[in-house]
Design a protein around this ligand. Sequence first.
Ligand code: TRP
Length: 353
Amino acid sequence: MSDTYQAAVETSKKIEADLQVNPKKYRVLTGDRPTGRLHIGHYFGSLQNRVRLSKMGVPTSILIADYQVLTDHDAFSEISQNTKQLVIDYLAAGIEPNDDVIIYPHSYVPEANQLMIPFLTLVSNAELNRNPTVKEEIQAAGLKSVNAGMYTYPVHQAVDILYCKGNVVPVGKDQLPHLELTRLIARRFNEKFSPDNPVFPEPQALLSKTPHIMGLDGTQKMSKSRGNAIMLCATEDETAKLIKKAKTDGERFITYDPENRPEVANLLMLISLCTDETPEAIAAKIGDGGGGMLKNMLTESLNEKLRPLREERKRLEAAPDYIRQVLLNGAEKAREMAVETLKEVRHVMNMEI
Ligand code: TRP
């Protein structure tokens, strides 16, 4: 795993450099499950990077994985609202949909989903069973029985990436096993059905540079369900209240020491992400000011950073027809790509009539 990881880090650096020079050589494919609104961990961890890549002119597909929600959630009554809330978060953060930058739910691209059937024949049960991310998700969800969709969603993720010939996937470490599987499926498909003229690229990971953002408890990953998150849609007062309750430690003098003072370090890191100063410099400024000053500073810099986004968010919430149109336009463009790919796939698989 760590060799694979090191290799991914190296490749990722090369791609990052080439993206600046040849943005149109690539298609970035990213996605989220519509399980709720986004929080500042998503914003600093992935959303800002998507905005940056799309503004560099890299064709970008942002996919809302609505089918995937069914793998570990019983509830589906909120999928549609959550999908629209995600779109609002994306747009408010600065994603500008156009011919090359699209947002859509993967359930709206039937021709892509059709690739699932041949793809499933290219992997073994054993390969699906040993996916470490899937294993962790099964544990975390505490499922009594695991549905087959849970084991096969990484194959569906390969569909998401390959139908539009996505060749760059911005990921955190947990998504690397899925990307490996996508590469395996692409390779096996090409070898089996079109050895002389590969249909699918083997997509590469673009690893995130942002350090891990912890929740306000400073010990676990930020997540809405753990109650340690600040949502992008929170008001300035809600933000202040949450930060007031954030965990720090008994030592008054503020220093940046991620090893021994993870909670304080996390808050300093968040300020640093808002102000672009180093966490060390911020700690030095606060010093004797203690936890109170640290929290005030975070509240102020975060509210200031998010103010334009939150204002835009309100405008977008009042424009549901526009949000729906963004999704329909995205789905239409996605389908055009999927129809083309499915034609090619039928041809090389000898299934034309
Ligand atoms: N599995 C991803 C997640 O849970 C979501 C996702 C679905 C995705 N399809 C994708 C991410 C394709 C990148 C590319 O967050």
